[in-house]
Write a protein that binds this ligand. Structure first.
Ligand code: MSP
Length: 538
C-alpha cells in the first residue's frame, strides 16, 4: 500500500501557492503510484484548532468552529479545481479524530510518558510555544519569526520527549530512508542533539479554549501540534471505533510518504512525531517516511502579508488554467529545494513544452495520419526500422525508464524533463523525415507509414505517462489517439500499443497557447483586420 499524506493546512487564512504546490506534488505522486497498479491512499486535510483560529474567530465575532469551517471550504474548493485526488479528508475537528487523540493521551499518561509541572518562561504568541535560550538572538531578543513574546508562568502537561531522543538519534542515523532529501536528514540529526527539553502538550483552557479537551484533566486542551500530527494515524483508522468507516489501519500504516515543507521537519515531524509514535509503542519498521519539500518564494522573498506578495492559486487557475499550474509546479521545482514562483516562467514552460513541443507533435502527427492514411495506423515490423527510427524508439524507452526512476525517487522535475526531451527528439525526427515529401512519392508509402507509426506511438506513451500530472489533457490526447489507458501500466509499457489498422481521430488542440492580455489584444486586432479585408457575403 502506498499511503501518502500531506501536511494539514492551518485554517486561519486562505490557501496560497505554497499550499497548492505541496498538494499538487502529493497528488502527482499518488496518481503515479495508482497508475503503477499499487493500492494507494492519499490523505490531506486541515488543521482547525489553535490560538490563531480562536483569535480570528473572536475578531470576526463568530464561533471558532464556524470560522474554521468557512476557511476549510476555501481549501476544499481549491483542491477540487486543482484535481487533487484525495481519498481521505483529515479535519481535526472531526469527532473521530478527537476521540483518537484522547485515547492516545490517556494511553501515554497510563504508560507514564506524561507529567504535569509549572513552568515560567518566554512564550511566543504567534508560534504558540515556550521559547528557550536557544531561540534567543545574540543581542538577547527573540527573532521576528516568533512575533509577540510574553513572559508566562503556567502549569501544563508535558510529554517526556527526552526519554526518546537517544532512540531517535540511533534510528535516524541507521535509517537513511526516513527523510528525503538526504541533506534534510543531516539537518535533523543535528537538531536531535539540541532537543534537550520535554514537550509541553497542553494549554490551560482559561487561555485557549479552542482545542481538544484533555480527557483526564478538564482544565486543559491539547497543544495544536500534538493534535495535528496524530491526523496521519487517526484518519488511517488507528484505534477507530467498531464499525467506523475509516480505513483498516493495518493495511495503510506505516505511511510510505508524508509530504511536508522544510519548516515543519524540525522539530514537529522529525522530532515530536517520531518520538510520539515511539512512546506509543510503534516499532522501527512502523515509522513513517518523510518527504521534505522546499519553499516557493516570490522573487527570492518569503510570501507574507506584510510584503503583500501572497499569490492566490485561484487567480492562476483563472488565468492559466489548473493543469498549466499543475505542470509548472512540479516541473519547475526540484523536489526538496526552494524555488521562485514566476508567472513568466509558468507561461514560458507551458508554451514551450506543452503548447509548442507536445501540442504541435500530437497535432501534426494526427493530421498527417488523417491526410495521408485516412486516419488508419499501419504497424511496421521492427526490422523495417532505419537508423533514425530505431534511435527514436530507443529514445522513448530511455525516456520512460528515466521517467519511472525519477517519479519513484520523487523527482518530478527530472521525470518531466525526460519526457520533454523525447518529444523534442520526435519533432526533430519529423523535420528530418519530412513526411509531407514522402507522401508525394508512391514508392515511399511504407516509409511514410513507419514514420507516422513512430510519431503516434510516441504520442500514446507520452500522453499516457503525463496522466499523473495532467489528468484532463492526457485523457483528451488519448481520446484523439483512440487509446484506452485502463489497460496500460508504466511497468509493462512496450512498443506496439497501436496495432495494425488502428484508427485515430481528428486532433483538436489540447494545449492552447497562453497569451498575455497584450498578445490577446494583438491577435484580436489581426483577426478583425483580416475580416475587414474579406469582401462581405452580400
Ligand atoms: N498546520 C501545520 C501542519 C500540520 S501537519 C501535521 C502547518 N500548516 S501551514 O498551513 O502553515 O502549512 C501547510 C504546509 O504548507 C506545510 O507543509 C508548509 O511547509 C507548506 N507551506 C507553507 N508555505 C509554503 C511555501 N511558501 N512554499 C511551499 N510550501 C509551504 O504548518
Amino acid at each position: 500500500m502506498f499511503y501518502i499524506t500531506t501536511a494539514i493546512d492551518y485554517t486561519n487564512g486562505a490557501p496560497h501557492i505554497g499550499h497548492a504546490y505541496e498538494k499538487v506534488l502529493a497528488d502527482v505522486l499518488a496518481r503515479w503510484h495508482r497508475m503503477c497498479g499499487e493500492p494507494t491512499y492519499l490523505l490531506t486535510g486541515v488543521d482547525q484548532h489553535g490560538q490563531k483560529v480562536q483569535q480570528k474567530a473572536e475578531a470576526a465575532d463568530i464561533p471558532p468552529l464556524q470560522y474554521a469551517q468557512e476557511v476549510t471550504h476555501k481549501f476544499t474548493a481549491l483542491w477540487e479545481r486543482l484535481g487533487i485526488s484525495y481519498d481521505g479528508w483529515a479535519a481535526t475537528t472531526d469527532p473521530r479524530h478527537e476521540a483518537c487523540v484522547q485515547k492516545i493521551l490517556t494511553m501515554l499518561r497510563d504508560k507514564g510518558c506524561l507529567y504535569k509541572k509549572v513552568y515560567k518562561g518566554f512564550y511566543s504568541v504567534r508560534q504558540e510555544q515556550f521559547l528557550t535560550d536557544k531561540e534567543r538572538l545574540e543581542d538577547g531578543t527573540f527573532g521576528e519569526e516568533w512575533g509577540q513574546v510574553i513572559e508566562l508562568e503556567e502549569e501544563n502537561w508535558y510529554f517526556n520527549l527526552t526519554a526518546h531522543t537517544a532512540w531517535l538519534k540511533e534510528y535516524v542515523t541507521t535509517h537513511p530512508e526516513v527523510v528525503t532529501p538526504e541533506f534534510r536528514r543531516q539537518d535533523l540529526l543535528m537538531a536531535i542533539e539540541r532537543a534537550t527539553h520535554d514537550l509541553c502538550i497542553t494549554r490551560p483552557k482559561k487561555r485557549l479554549a479552542w482545542g481538544i479537551p484533555l480527557p483526564f484533566d478538564p482544565d486543559f486542551v491539547t497543544y495544536v501540534w500534538f493534535d495535528a500530527l496524530i491526523n496521519y494515524i487517526s484518519f488511517a483508522g488507528y484505534l477507530a471505533e467498531e464499525g467506523s468507516d475509516l480505513p483498516d489501519f493495518t493495511k495503510l500504516w506505516p505511511a510510505a510518504c508524508e509530504v511536508i515543507g522544510k519548516d515543519i521537519l524540525i522539530p514537529a515531524h522529525g522530532i515530536y512525531w517520531l518520538c510520539t509514535l515511539h512512546a506509543m509503542g510503534f516499532a522501527d519498521e512502523q515509522m513513517p517516511r518523510l518527504l521534505v519539500h522546499g519553499w516557493l518564494n516570490i522573487k527570492g522573498k518569503k510570501m507574507s502579508k506584510s510584503l503583500g506578495n501572497i499569490v492566490d492559486p485561484n487567480d492562476l487557475c483563472d488565468f492559466f488554467g489548473p493543469e498549466a499550474l499543475r505542470y509548472y509546479l512540479v516541473r519547475d521545482t526540484k523536489t526538496g529545494y526552494d524555488s521562485d514562483y514566476d508567472p513568466e516562467r509558468l507561461k514560458m514552460i507551458y508554451n514551450t513544452e506543452l503548447a509548442n513541443d507536445l501540442g504541435n507533435l500530437a497535432n501534426r502527427s494526427l493530421n498527417m495520419c488523417l491526410r495521408y492514411c485516412g486516419g488508419v495506423v499501419h504497424r511496421p515490423a521492427a526490422e523495417q526500422d532505419d537508423e533514425l527510427s530505431a534511435a527514436l524508439r530507443n529514445s522513448l524507452a530511455e525516456a520512460e525508464k528515466t521517467f519511472a526512476e525519477q517519479m519513484h525517487a520523487y523527482n518530478t522535475a527530472d521525470a518531466l524533463a525526460a519526457l520533454n526531451a523525447h518529444v523534442g527528439m520526435c519533432n526533430g525526427y519529423i523535420e528530418q523525415k519530412q513526411p509531407w515529401v514522402l507522401a508525394k512519392d508512391p514508392e515511399k508509402q511504407a516509409e511514410l507509414q513507419l514514420v507516422l507509426y513512430h510519431l503516434l506511438e510516441s504520442c500514446v506513451h507520452v500522453g499516457y505517462l503525463l496522466g499523473c500530472v495532467l489528468p484532463e489533457a492526457s485523457a483528451r490526447l488519448l481520446e484523439q489517439l483512440q487509446v484506452d489507458p485502463a489497460g496500460l501500466r508504466p511497468q509493462t509499457l512496450a512498443w506496439g500499443i497501436l496495432t495494425e489498422g488502428h484508427t485515430v481521430q481528428a486532433p483538436s488542440p489540447v494545449f492552447p497557447r497562453i497569451l498575455s492580455p497584450e498578445e490577446k489584444e494583438k491577435m484580436a486586432a489581426k483577426a478583425a483586420a483580416k475580416a475587414a479585408r474579406k469582401p462581405s457575403a452580400s
